[in-house]
Design a binder for this molecule. Structure first.
Ligand code: ZN
Length: 187
């Protein structure tokens, strides 16, 4: 199959890249970036998201937020961690997003088949046994994604630091169909 007209023609790998072939994944990323930068045009945007929305989602590799939600460069803030859990650090980012960078809406996205469903808080004890120190953070494991989305919405809604809490919606993304399912908040 031919590639589209605006794709750059494939070029022979540089000697350095050839040396690293089969090596570090980061080298692949850096190579990809140099191709990306060749076609990159400064969009001339400032840092405020165009759609005034912040999205909190799991870091899961199967969740391509921009493609799944029809987002373009510059549209939103994306805040991702294991589970898409609303931790203190997520509240920190949301607070800066709203107060310094003008976002108003918050979208929370968990997904089916999350890695957090297969571990428990015992993970912390195992860590402590292994390294001799208990982590200060909770694992935030869960077994019911719907319920965890509700809890996340509640944590955002009750945060005293946020300016806007009237447009907070939560979803579970199905990694097999690509569809979002909305979760009703706790009344
Ligand atoms: Zn996940």
């Amino acid at each position: 199959m031919s590639t589209s007209a605006h794709s750059p023609a494939p070029t022979a790998p540089s000697p350095a890249a050839a040396l690293r072939e089969g090596g570090q994944v980061t080298d692949q990323l850096v190579e990809a970036n140099s191709r990306y930068a060749k076609g990159f045009r400064d969009p001339g945007m400032d840092a405020r998201p165009v759609l005034q929305v912040a999205i909190v989602a799991c870091m899961d590799a199967r969740l391509d937020l921009h493609a799944a939600l029809g987002l373009e460069l510059g549209d939103c803030h994306t805040i991702r961690n294991a589970g898409g859990v609303v931790t203190d650090d997520v509240i920190r980012s949301l607070t800066i997003s709203q107060r310094a960078l003008g976002t108003r809406s918050i979208v929370l996205i968990h997904h089916t088949g999350c890695g957090l469903e297969s571990i428990t808080e015992e993970f912390r004890q195992d860590l402590e046994r292994e390294v001799g120190q208990r982590p200060v953070w909770a694992v935030e494991a869960y077994t019911d994604a719907d319920q965890d989305v509700r809890q996340s919405m509640q944590r955002v809604r009750t945060s005293p630091f946020l300016l806007h809490n009237d447009d907070i919606r939560g979803f579970v993304f199905d990694v097999t169909t690509g569809l979002l399912r909305e979760i009703e908040p706790t009344p």
